[in-house]
Design a protein around this ligand. Structure first.
Ligand code: URA
Length: 184
């Protein structure tokens, strides 16, 4: 573990801990305020993110940005990262060994950011961070506290593109986060 961003970012350059390194264009490390109170964790980069090296810049990210705007969350005030930092082929779910290889980078990011709240975007984030026994359908919208951090599991923004009904729930979950920040 590193106690500063420079060394952590240096340590990930040229990472070849798992097979996802073979097809990547860019490592998608993270984006936003490194001292944020709120951190968002997604699954893994898609094609647009791989091209640009920035998380959540594709269709799902644009939808998430719209929700942020509507609720009054500024994207540049939060910190955004993913379970895996290299694009899985055809955007498949990261495999167990890939997530395990990458998780220490994310743990180090969480330690450096020191967020009060972590929003878990979708099943992959939920299961890898809080445990495989959790399911996103039953857990979304419910606060979970672990070691002084409040976790809010919600839908992955890509799920909203496939199912309109999830948009309102996603919105409600982010609203809870916004309210908690304002009073906390
Ligand atoms: N989906 C994710 O989980 N993360 C991204 O960065 C983009 C899409």
């Amino acid at each position: 573990m590193y106690d500063n961003w420079e060394e952590l970012e240096e340590s990930i350059k040229g990472c070849n801990k798992c097979k996802l390194c073979t097809n990547r264009s860019n490592i998608v490390f993270g984006d936003g305020n490194k001292k944020a109170d709120i951190m968002f964790i997604g699954e893994g980069p898609g094609a647009d993110e791989d091209k640009q090296g920035i998380p959540f810049v594709g269709k799902a990210g644009q939808l998430m940005n719209k929700a942020f705007e509507g609720i009054g969350i500024k994207r540049e005030e939060v910190y955004i990262a993913n379970i895996v930092k290299c694009r899985p082929p055809s955007n498949r779910v990261p495999e167990e060994d890939e997530a395990i290889s990458c998780l220490n980078y994310l743990r180090n990011q969480v330690i450096l950011v020191k967020p009060k709240i972590i929003v878990l975007l979708g099943s992959t984030a939920l299961k890898n961070i809080l445990g495989k026994e959790y399911g996103i359908t039953s857990m979304r919208g419910k606060w979970i506290e672990r070691k002084g951090i409040l976790y809010m599991p919600t839908w992955h923004p890509a799920a909203l593109l496939r199912d309109e009904n999830k948009k309102l729930e996603f919105w409600k979950d982010l609203k809870q986060v916004k309210i908690k920040m304002n009073i906390g």
